[in-house]
Every structure is written in structure tokens, then in C-alpha cells.
Write a protein that binds this ligand. Sequence first.
Ligand SMILES: O=C(O)CCC(=O)C(=O)O
Length: 252
Amino acid sequence: MDVTLTDEQWQTFEEQGYLKLGKVLTELELAALSQQIDYIMLGKAGCDYDRLMMQREAGEGHEQSSQTLGFKGSTLNYRKIENLEFDSMFLTYLQKPLFREICDKVYGKDTRISCFRAMFMNKPARHGSVLAYHQDRWTDLDRDPLVTVWTALDPATIENGCVKIFPKTQHQLINPADPSGFITSDQVSQLVENGEPVHLELEPGEAVLLHNWTVHGSEGNSSEQSRRAFSVCYMDANTVSAMGKQFTVVMD
Ligand SMILES: O=C(O)CCC(=O)C(=O)O
């Protein structure tokens, strides 16, 4: 398991807008995080559910729920769970030295780092929905968070809706005034003219570093294999939201 990145790896990241980090979790850590997220979904974790943003996926006789604070029933059919920095196991993971090193490189050495979001992104077996192509940016912030580490807890494959990206799209915003970051189907077609998207197939415990502006999305999942993943967007802790959102400092 690498704990430091080479100059060559940084160069690849800067050129391509993404970098496969390889295994970042031991088997034990992977098993513990996978169990913890299942316990959270099933209502068995000893965490404060009122602080977690939880969105249920459509299926099992339910519509897709809104993304709001609080538990929405005991099921593995959740789509998204945010604010996992409030869970001690996920917090410990996102503070790994490799991620501190990445933040040092991107934001400057020893910059205090907060977490724009620490999020479980799930494509439940048989029900996972499509996420259209977009760039990650939020117009209420006074500066853009630049990086996300996306970690597979299950195998992430083409069949179960792994993330797919357009390399080298990190240099400019496609729709700078649009707060959603989503791009139109015409814009996707234009990107495809320059090359097909890359599917980021990963083994459980592997991670990928993404520039937040790299265009990315994912297909649905109709397979029997869930696609559980943990995605952390790190930002400079001095970032201010015009909407008054507060962010948790995760690295001092
Ligand atoms: O997990 C996915 O399918 C996409 C996640 C994503 O868009 C993100 O982490 O910014």
C-alpha cells in the first residue's frame, strides 16, 4: 500500500485529471468500513442519525427519497449518505497520511482542510440509478474545492455502474454559471468526439483521486452486485459558503 505519490503520479494526475491510487485499505479496514455502512443503513450503528443526510434509492415499493437529515428505514437500498465525517470510523479513514499528503500538494503544506462532503455513494443491487455527467462545483463557495478521493467498498465494474470519466476535462468549467455542474447531452457528444469515457473499474479497497472538474458520471445497476463506495471531497478550511453552510475541519 503506497503512502506517498511519486512525481510521475502527480504528473499523470495533472495531465489526466484523475489517478488510480491502488489499494488504500487493508482487508481488515475494508471489512470494518463495509460492515459499518451496512449497520448505518440498517439502523444498527451507534451513530447520531440526525446528523446524517440520507437518501433512499427508488425500489422495494418506495420512490427515491429526498436528501434530508435522518434515518429513512432499515434497508440496504440507500443511494447516498452524507456527513460521514461525524462517524469515527469513516473520519479515521479519511484522515490517512496519504490523503494529508494529497491535500498538502493541492492546497499547500499544512493547510487546514475541511470536508465539503464525506459521502457514501451506493448503487444498490438491482436498483442503482444513473448519475448524469457533471463537474463537481458549487457556486455558493468563494473558491472551488479541487479534489475528491473515491474509494470502492465493493468491486466497481461496468456492470454495476462504476464511475466513468472524460480525461483531461479538468482544465475548464463547461457551464460556469450553472450551479448544478451538469452538462447537456450535446456537450457529452462533443466530448465523445475527442475520445470515449474511461471506466474506473476498481477492486474493493482501491481508490481513485479525481480533480473535481473532471467530467464524471455513472450508469445504473441492474446486477446482483451492489456498488458501495465512499467519496470524500477535501477543501481548504478557509472556504466560505455564501449560504452560510458550515464545514467540519478534518485535518489541522
Ligand atoms: O459514485 C458515483 O457514481 C459518482 C460520485 C460522484 O459524482 C462524486 O463523488 O462526486
